[in-house]
Design a binder for this molecule. Structure first.
Ligand SMILES: [Zn+2]
Length: 308
C-alpha cells in the first residue's frame, strides 16, 4: 500500500499523563499554538479551497463554546502543538458559522479519504469521542447525570452515592476474507449499492476470541465452515466506535446457505472475477467491490496480490 488505510494514520502523542492535570490543560487550551477542530453534529470543519484539510481554529474562535460547557476533547500533541476537538453543535445555522472565514462542516465519511492520513486519523478519534459523550449524559448504573472528566476520556456519575466512572467504548468487528483454494467468498447486504460485494463481517461477542467470532459469523451468515483464521490488519471505523479487525479465514466447506436477514446474496468468486470487481471499485460499474477506503477492499486486494 502506498498510502495508509483511511483512519489508520493518527499521529498524535495522546499524552495521557496530562489528562487529569487541570492546570496544565487550562494553560494549553489558551496557548496561542493550540489548535481546535470544531465539530457540528459530528460533521467536521473542513477547509475546501486549500486541500481539503481540517480547518483548525485557535482558542479565540472557540472560547465561547468552551465557556458554555461544550464537549471538549484533548486529542494529543503533534508538531509541538496541543490539538483539541470541540463540539459546536450549539451553532444554529452551520451554513453560516460565526466567523466568515470558517470552512464548511462536512460529513467525516464523505471527506476522510481525501484528507492527509494524519488528519483522517484525527477525525476518527474526534468523531468517535464526541459521539460517545453525546450518548452518555446519564449514568448507566443509577440514571443520574454524568460529567466529563480526564480531558474527555471518561465521564463520572454526579451522584455522590454512586460516582460510577464510565469510559469511551471501542467495539471490535471481525471482517474476514474467506478463501478456499482459488476462490473467495463475498456477500452483499440489503442496503448495499447494487452488485457491490464485500467481505463478511460482524461484531465480536463477549467471551469470544477474534478467531471464534470469525468462524461463527461466517457460519451464521453463509453456512460455510472455516478452520484456520489469521489476523491481517485493522482500521478504526468511527460510525460510531468500531474497530475493524481484518482477517483471512480458510474455508473447509463449499455449500452456501445465506441468512436472508443479514445478506441479500453471498457467493464464491474466482480470481478473474475479483480482478474485474477491483477495477470497478469506486465507479458505478457492476459488479464491484467495496471502495478503497474500506478495509474489505484492502483484504481482497491483498489476496489477489498474494500479500497476506
Ligand atoms: Zn450513577
Amino acid at each position: 500500500m502506498t498510502k495508509p488505510l483511511v483512519f489508520t494514520g493518527n499521529r498524535f502523542d495522546r499524552a495521557a499523563q496530562f489528562r487529569n492535570d487541570e492546570n496544565w490543560m487550562a494553560e494549553k487550551q489558551q496557548d496561542p499554538s493550540s489548535r481546535y477542530v470544531p465539530m457540528h453534529k459530528l460533521k467536521a470543519l473542513i477547509n475546501l479551497p486549500d486541500g481539503p484539510s481540517i480547518d483548525w481554529r485557535g482558542y479565540a474562535d472557540v472560547k465561547e463554546y468552551i465557556d458554555a460547557g461544550a464537549t471538549l476533547i484533548f486529542l494529543g500533541i503533534a508538531d509541538f502543538s496541543c490539538h483539541f476537538a470541540i463540539d459546536v453543535s450549539a451553532i444554529e445555522n452551520p451554513k453560516q458559522p460565526p466567523n466568515s472565514d470558517w470552512g464548511k462542516f462536512i460529513d467525516v465519511r464523505s471527506i476522510s479519504a481525501q484528507l492527509r492520513p494524519g488528519e483522517a486519523g484525527a477525525l476518527a478519534q474526534a468523531r468517535s469521542m464526541i459521539a460517545w459523550h453525546d450518548n452518555h449524559g446519564f449514568c448507566a448504573v443509577c440514571g443520574q447525570p454524568t460529567a466529563l472528566k480526564d480531558a474527555g476520556y471518561s465521564r463520572r456519575c454526579t451522584s455522590e452515592a454512586c460516582g460510577a466512572p464510565h469510559f469511551p467504548r471501542t467495539d471490535p468487528v471481525a471482517i474476514m476474507m474467506v478463501t478456499k483454494g482459488d476462490k473467495c467468498l463475498l456477500g452483499t447486504g440489503h442496503n448495499f449499492p447494487k452488485a457491490q460485494y464485500s467481505c463478511l463481517a460482524g461484531f465480536i461477542e463477549p467471551g469470544e476470541t477474534i478467531e471464534q467470532g470469525v468462524r461463527r459469523e461466517v457460519f451464521e451468515e453463509t453456512g460455510v465452515k472455516t478452520a484456520e483464521v489469521r489476523y491481517h490488519s485493522s482500521q478504526p471505523w468511527p460510525y460510531p466506535s468500531s474497530l475493524m479487525i481484518g482477517c483471512f479465514a480458510e474455508a473447509t466447506s463449499d455449500e452456501i446457505t445465506i441468512d436472508p436477514v443479514e445478506l441479500a446474496d453471498a457467493r464464491w468468486f474466482t480470481r478473474d472475477e475479483i480482478k474485474t470487481m477491483l477495477a470497478n471499485a469506486g465507479t458505478m460499474e457492476i459488479p464491484r467491490i467495496a471502495p478503497p477506503m474500506a478495509i474489505a477492499h484492502q483484504l481482497v486486494k491483498a489476496w489477489i496480490e498474494d500479500d497476506f
